[in-house]
Design a binder for this molecule. Structure first.
Ligand code: GTP
Ligand code: MG
Length: 149
């Protein structure tokens, strides 16, 4: 199984969507390993989005992400990187299907509510970056049989 880093962005936190987003991952059957609300620093955000630093929207993205606290989470489960991004929807909320988080709750790409890692390698990079002290490792052994064949 695989882990991913899911983050509710400042707009999602201020709009009270944290519980809704947690609920969708829980309903799917995925397991939470970590949860934190923090005010990220500029340096942390620039490291998180290092692949995008040449993009024209990068300064606006950093400003948006600095607007308030974020809620970062680590989740684990089968194919969670890919399926987690499917739960979030497309980068642009207007292109996202209803039933996805961005499709149900968002309009503009620069206010798209949530983040999800785009590869297993990036997920582990982001988990180390946001949770430098590590996260719990626990097995829901008795629940796993209800979710996995
Ligand atoms: P994340 O899960 O947040 O990483 O989104 P993503 O993987 O779907 O998109 P990407 O990593 O390419 O971009 C990161 C974030 O930058 C997006 O979620 C948007 O908030 C923002 N972004 C991406 N493209 C644009 C754009 O063309 N214009 C603006 N204003 N913001 C953008
Ligand atoms: Mg991305």
């Amino acid at each position: 199984t695989e882990r991913t880093y899911i983050m509710v962005k400042p707009d999602g936190v201020e709009r009270g969507l944290v519980g809704e987003i947690v609920k969708r991952f829980e309903n799917k059957g995925y397991q939470m390993l970590a949860l934190q609300m923090i005010q990220p620093t500029k340096a942390l955000l620039e490291e998180h989005y290092t692949d995008l630093k040449e993009k024209p929207f990068f300064p606006g993205l950093i400003k948006y992400m600095l607007a308030g606290p974020v809620v970062g989470m680590v989740w684990i489960g089968k194919d969670i990187v890919k399926v987690g991004r499917r739960l979030l929807g497309e980068t642009n909320p207007l292109a996202s299907n209803p039933g996805t988080i961005r499709g149900d709750f968002g309009i503009d790409v620069g206010r798209n509510i949530c983040h999800g890692s785009d590869s297993p390698a990036n997920a582990e990079r982001e988990i180390s970056l946001w949770f430098p002290n590590g996260v719990v490792h626990w097995n829901r052994a008795h629940v796993q049989n209800l979710i996995y064949e």
